[in-house]
Design a protein around this ligand. Sequence first.
Ligand SMILES: Cc1ncc(C[n+]2csc(CCOP(=O)(O)OP(=O)(O)O)c2C)c(N)n1
Length: 661
Amino acid sequence: MTLSKGQCLKGLHLMHQSRLFEQQIVKLFASGKMHGTTHLNMGQEACQVGLALSLKDDDWIVPTHRCHGYNIATGSSPFKMFSEMFGSKYGLCKGLGGSMHMSDKEHFNLGSSAVVASGVALATGLSFAQSKLKKSNISVALFGDGASSRGVIHECMNMASIWNLPTLFFLENNGYGMSAATSRMVSTDSLISRIKSYNIEGEVVDGNNLEEVYEACNRARNYILKNKKPYMIEAKTYRYNGHSKSDPCVYRTREEEELWAKKDPIKRFKAALLSNKIIDENQYKSILDDDIKYMEKELEDARDHKDEIIDIHEATSYVYADIEKYETSCTEFHRAYGREAIREALLEEAQRDESVYLIGEDIGIYGGCFKVTGDLYKKVKSQIVETPISEEGFGGIAVGSSMLGIRPVVEIMYGDFSTLISDSLINHASKIRFMSAGQFECPTVFRLPMGCGTGHGSQHSQSLESLFTNIPGLLVVAPSSPRKAKALLKASIRNNNSVVFVEYKLVYNLNGEIGDESDLMTLGQCDVEREGSKVTLISYGYSMQKCRDAINSIVAKDESLLDKIELIDLCTLKPLDEDTLIKSVRKTHNCLIVQEAPQFGGYANQIAATLNKDREIFNTLKNPIEVFGGREMPVPFTRELEKDCVPTVEKITKKLKDLLK
Ligand SMILES: Cc1ncc(C[n+]2csc(CCOP(=O)(O)OP(=O)(O)O)c2C)c(N)n1
């Protein structure tokens, strides 16, 4: 055998433990002692253990939802795994993850994504980081045959190939998605053949043969590190149980199940050990006995503490990383356009910190779609990563890489395409810190050019910030001027949360004073741009500029109104600086909130709700708080209609005048 005796025994123990762990889980669910759901991997142990035996410290894995065996095989404590599934504070993720999210940083296991196939992007991101940080390690992207039809996998294979990433794509082909047989769902008999399109090498193995899997993984690891190329393994295997706990497997025959039971990976490995005289029957029995006792003890300990859970305050503390406060001492200013201000922020931060990477489409010699990155490809060339048109893939890669020390700043060409990266933002970047109970952080910035006024039509002009403000775990920042764009972006890049950085495209064309490299603004603070006594006007992004213009036009005609309007720039939409807003409206008793996004369901309504809940404001308001947003229509192309579908300076002026009466 190619495995040493030590490896054989370890492999046998691990396969037993994986199976025994899940047999206990079946009993616990059957007796109602666990809640939620679970996906069992019994029958697939050779894939998990064979792979794990080939890995070295600092090789990372991102398992699928069928993950228990991967945790056991890579060294997670069964006590902590049982505890996680009981939801107790002794769980790997303090009970915040559950069966599908068993992150274990100590054992180089990022934890699964419950969004099938998305973990592949995270794993590719880990290998992106390994490659940039010049590590001699690999990351393993695990996925199933069902997952293999998702586009993100194909995007990632393409990028791993063109960027020479050390990714092992490991497909556990157990023949079925949930109920969907591969034969019905996939356009080819050979899943591995798809890698030809990406110029990736790979092989198919018998996934129920531990030694074969181990040897293939070893070959793969050596190949990846030697050739600096990704590799793929397709392991053919079978899951014994239903897809999840409630699946009676009506879609497959008992004959088929019996056929696979004959190829049981543990029985086969035992037979190989006996025939190669590595152990005898008595030794085998004693190994199994030890494993049974070990697992029972781990369960007993976990059960003894299962009712000890973290409180809601501790749980909340895992949502956000602390936000740093900055007091600017900047005295040196120079004039710049918004796009130049952002470019300066990117340059300064990339030069200051070599882990900052700028990622996006056409951000190299083309200079970015809106010429924001400009000539940065000359100045910080090695930190610019131009991507194919694969938003979902490079969004996930950015998030994955951020957990291994990269600080990605992703440019999405148009904010409208944030719909395509929303999986990485909404399901991953925002939640991994929480689900892993703080084991991982995702310091990413996603720059999204939003808004209308450029004649680009309905699919290139939206204001989608409210899609993200409703997601716990994301910061949402929206600058309204060149200075703020620079100072807020620098603070965003340095912070340890994921930031949706909303760049209203027309702010790119504003010209103003901007600070030097020391000029940073604290995230989560509003800016009272001008003080006034009678009306509070609140806005963000390019609408702020319209508010400024409206105030100027009012004051130009009537100087007595100079100190009557208080103008507040939100700067950060989330977390919201409620105190500053409440203080202002308690003083003015009038409030108008302006946003470009359609009014219904928009973010500005949140501001109104925040102010309305203050009793003092409620009791002293002179007029209802007014929200003024875009019309209920996609942004039209026609210049006049495009202008009219969002708040205009003239209309803001009129509303302000009414409130000043
Ligand atoms: C994007 C997405 N679609 C659907 C699901 C629901 N779902 C969970 S597992 C699964 C089947 C996955 O099949 P496969 O990738 O072959 O893995 P297996 O379950 O066989 O291990 C489905 C459809 C999901 N979690 N994510």
